[in-house]
Write a protein that binds this ligand. Structure first.
Ligand code: PLP
Length: 826
């Protein structure tokens, strides 16, 4: 259903919101949808029928939301993101419709347990980590706030790989998330759009005006799959539209007519490869041709969709900025800029200047990184081959931009070279972040510190040139999924304390502050934590055969595996504690018991990250089995960290590890999820940690490590990790334990590359921050021993973290960038 086709008022009505109403529809879905009787239905049949039944309750609201938005001629956000890490859909849909109890009771009357069906759902892992999860939180918030939004992205056949461990080493398995059926999506092959690739450009005379046309070489169909994005109990349902690549008719005909049948079929596969698989690199773009195909594919589909189908037929595109803002989630969709220019100039036959004026108002860009290697560039050679017309347009954008800069700064050739969208070295390439900055009406970083560094370090010439273009919007997470759904026990306690309104107005958590001093409330809060730990323990036992010891502090580090995030520093802490016990400095009978829980996927080609995963598992295997520790330290690393696992892990955590090198983590959102669920943070002065610490207070946060300017100075002076190793005996012993093969059956060569890297390069200064980290961890142990004091701090973390709702992020985007008010009820 493309939006346009819903004419008149919505004709569907929701099934009755009663146990009987639900059971009737569920049984209908089982028989008419799945074609099975209740007696013969498998768990998967039951799950699919349930999903389709719940969908029915959302359908009328969906159609009505679209209708209302069309009537209001409201401005929409088009969120362009190559990734959406959605997590499971069923529970969120039940919450949005307030159907959980009705469904639980209705299923029970049929002898079915809701939890069994929940567990049947495979989460759509259409993202790598924080960036994709952010997109999912944002669309949730916009729906809940009744702000019109279409999320555009790619329906990958295979999402992020499923991680397994073999002898402690990561082995990737394909994520065939569609295998058992996809009940949440609505495919619309009839609304497919064609996307062109390759070929050349030529000029022609159009009644006295010279124009350019793109003579393409091959094409592919983009088939839209729509997903409902329900608001929280507000009757709104927005749309997420993910594109799937399909071979065009031309391929089919070719196959039919071709003597070379096999080759023709192979060509078809080639086209459909575009949406086959999500690239599993997180913040390290690989410059692969297929990746650029994916990027152009989904933005070309999305722009065509919005212009041709979402807008009314007779819409004057000069008024496009009144109806749309395309938000670029990192540089992955930036090719949308020359695409809109191509549509306006080549297809609609506008003048360049009027097209550029409109285009500049239609885009805004969010930067997500500070790592230079994460800034995406495409070689001119590749772009010219795949998208020749777009390359020409980029050249012209650059030419006119540099002419403007030159007029303001005559004679400053170095400035022109620095600001050019085209880099000349090491090869001629397009700097996508620069293109986004030149084209965007606004450029934002994702936490206060990050936005400052973005202005001062990443794009200094641009921020000097356009000071007003740069702004900050600190990231957030949806309290629906990451508190209300994932932590029912805490949710109940919060509601008791401050009423139900917190779910959509998270600042109300402030009302809990005084209760931090209430003994009885603290006891209840501890009971919630204990309950969540038990729930985690049950899950890990069933999922991975992992047994969690009772009465231990749960110390959690979950996030993508990357050297800048410094999982290695965490390992050095664990090894140091181990060494202290072996040397008799710590008594396992009296020391603070800890469970260290890790979750992390490494990009399959990122060898150092895979070494680190191997190290964590090998250290774990050694320590967990060593009787001299008497079970005081336990390392667990459940494989395949994803949203579903996060939802059980985070609510159980006591300590949140946010230990990236200062100046490297743009924001982090895991850090926010932990604080909201009552974990205390041990963290560096980095990303949104800075704002978390400011809000929760220094007494309720364990700060350690170099500050960003100190990092910059140390690196400028020539950082020598070997000196820290030589000068700190505890550090030396920890590194030596790893180097000597203590954790690898006596074979020191296993982790030699990692050790070598630490001692000679250590790009992210783990050794420089080691002492400060260890001292902070000792403070953590002391603080945890004060049960009442720790609980008080944990409650204050929850009470003071309302700022980190993605609803607040969305209000900030609306206020500073989008200017898209909610569409309120008639
Ligand atoms: C929140 C989240 C992330 C981001 O975690 P960071 O610690 O901010 O890097 C990554 N993966 C999943 C599954 C998440 O839920």
């Amino acid at each position: 259903m493309t939006d346009k086709r819903v004419n008149g008022s919505a004709v569907v009505t929701s099934p009755q919101n009663t146990v009987e109403g639900f059971v009737k529809e569920f049984l209908r879905e089982l028989s008419f949808g799945q074609g099975v009787t209740l007696e013969r239905a498998s768990v998967n049949d039951q799950y699919l029928a349930l999903a389709r039944t719940v969908r029915q309750y959302l359908m009328a609201r969906w159609l009505e939301t679209l209708q209302r938005q069309r009537e209001a001629q409201a401005k929409s956000v088009a969120y362009l993101s190559a990734e959406y890490l959605l997590g499971r859909q069923l529970d969120n849909a039940l919450l949005a419709t307030d159907l959980t109890e009705v469904v639980e009771e209705g299923l029970a009357s049929l002898g079915i347990e809701l939890q069994t069906l929940r567990d049947q759902e495979t989460e759509p892992g259409l993202g790598n980590g924080g960036l994709g999860r952010l997109a999912a939180c944002f669309v949730d918030s916009l729906a809940t706030m009744s702000v019109p939004c279409i999320g555009y992205g790619i329906r990958y056949d295979y999402g992020i790989f499923r991680q397994t461990f073999v002898d402690g080493w990561q082995v990737e398995q394909p994520d065939n998330w569609l295998a058992l059926g996809a009940p949440w999506e609505f495919p619309h092959p009839e609304a497919a759009v064609t996307v062109h690739f390759g070929g050349r450009t030529e000029t022609y005379d159009d009644e006295g005006v010279e124009r350019t046309r793109w003579v393409h070489d091959w094409d592919v169909l983009g088939v839209p799959f729509n997903y409902m994005v329900p608001g929280y109990q507000n009757g709104r349902v927005n749309t997420l539209r993910l594109w799937s690549a399909k071979a065009t008719q031309a391929f089919d005909l070719q196959i039919f007519n071709s003597g070379e049948y096999v080759d023709a079929v192979r060509a078809q596969t080639f086209a459909e490869n575009i949406s086959k698989v999500l690239y599993p690199e997180d913040s390290t773009p690989q410059g692969k041709e297929l990746r650029l195909q994916q990027q152009y594919f989904f933005v070309a589909c999305s722009i065509k969709d919005f212009v041709d189908y979402v807008l009314p037929e007779d819409f004057d595109l000069h008024r496009l900025p009144e109806r749309i803002i395309f938000q670029l989630n990192d540089t992955h969709p930036v090719i949308a800029v020359p695409e809109l220019m191509r549509v306006l100039v080549d297809e609609k036959k506008w003048d360049w200047d009027e097209a550029w004026a409109v285009t500049q108002q239609c885009f805004a860009y969010t930067c997500h990184t500070l790592l230079p290697e994460a800034l995406e560039v495409w070689s001119v050679e590749l772009m010219g081959r795949l998208l020749p017309r777009h390359l020409e347009i980029i050249y012209r954008i650059n030419e006119e931009f540099l002419a403007e800069v030159a007029a303001k700064h005559p004679g400053d050739d170095a400035l022109l070279e620095r600001m050019s969208i085209i880099a000349e070295r090491p090869e001629r390439s397009v700097r996508m972040a620069y293109l986004a900055t030149v084209a965007g009406s606004k450029v934002n970083g994702v936490a206060a510190l990050h936005s400052d560094l973005l202005r001062d370090k990443v794009l200094p010439d641009f921020s000097a040139y356009w000071p007003d273009k740069f702004t900050n919007v600190t990231n957030g997470v949806t309290p629906r999924r990451f508190v209300r759904l994932s932590n029912p026990a805490l949710s109940e306690l919060i509601t008791e304390a401050v009423g139900v309104g917190w779910v959509t107005d998270l600042e109300r958590l402030r009302g809990m502050e005084p209760l931090a001093d209430d003994q009885e409330f603290r006891e209840k809060f501890r009971a919630v934590k204990a309950h969540n730990k038990e729930r985690l323990s049950t899950l890990l036992q069933a999922r991975d055969g992992i047994t969690l010891p009772a009465d231990a502090m749960l110390d959690v580090m979950v996030k993508r595996l990357h050297e800048y995030k410094r999982q290695t520093l965490k390992v050095l802490h664990i090894v140091t504690l181990y060494d202290r016990v072996l040397r008799g400095e710590l008594d396992p009978a009296t020391m603070q018991k800890r469970v260290f829980a890790f979750g992390a996927k490494a990009a399959p080609g990122y060898h150092m990250a895979k070494q680190i995963i191997g190290l964590i598992n090998h250290v774990g295997a050694t320590i967990n089995d060593d009787p001299r520790l008497g079970g005081a330290l336990t390392v667990v690393f459940p494989p395949n960290y994803n949203v579903t696992l996060a939802e059980t892990l985070i609510p159980a955590a006591d300590l949140s590890e946010q230990i990236s090198l200062a100046g490297k983590e743009a924001s982090g959102t895991g850090n926010m999820k932990f604080a909201l669920n009552g974990a205390l943070t041990i963290g560096t002065d980095d990303g949104a940690n800075v704002e978390i610490r400011e809000l929760v207070g220094d007494d309720n946060f364990f700060l350690f490590g170099l500050l960003e300017p100190q990092v910059a100075d140390l690196v400028a002076a020539g950082y020598q990790p070997g000196r820290y190793y030589e000068e700190d005996p505890a550090l030396k012993r920890a590194v030596d334990l790893i180097a000597s093969g203590t954790f690898s059956g006596g074979d020191g060569s296993v982790f030699a590359p990692l050790v070598q890297n630490l001692l000679t390069e250590d790009r992210f200064l783990a050794l420089a921050d080691y002492r400060s980290y260890i001292d902070a961890q000792d403070r953590v142990d002391a603080a945890y021993a004060d049960v009442e004091g720790w609980t008080r701090s944990a409650i204050l973390n929850v009470a003071r973290s309302g700022f980190f709702s993605s609803d607040r992020s969305m209000w900030d985007y609306i206020d500073r960038i989008w200017h898209t008010p909610p569409v309120v009820s008639r």
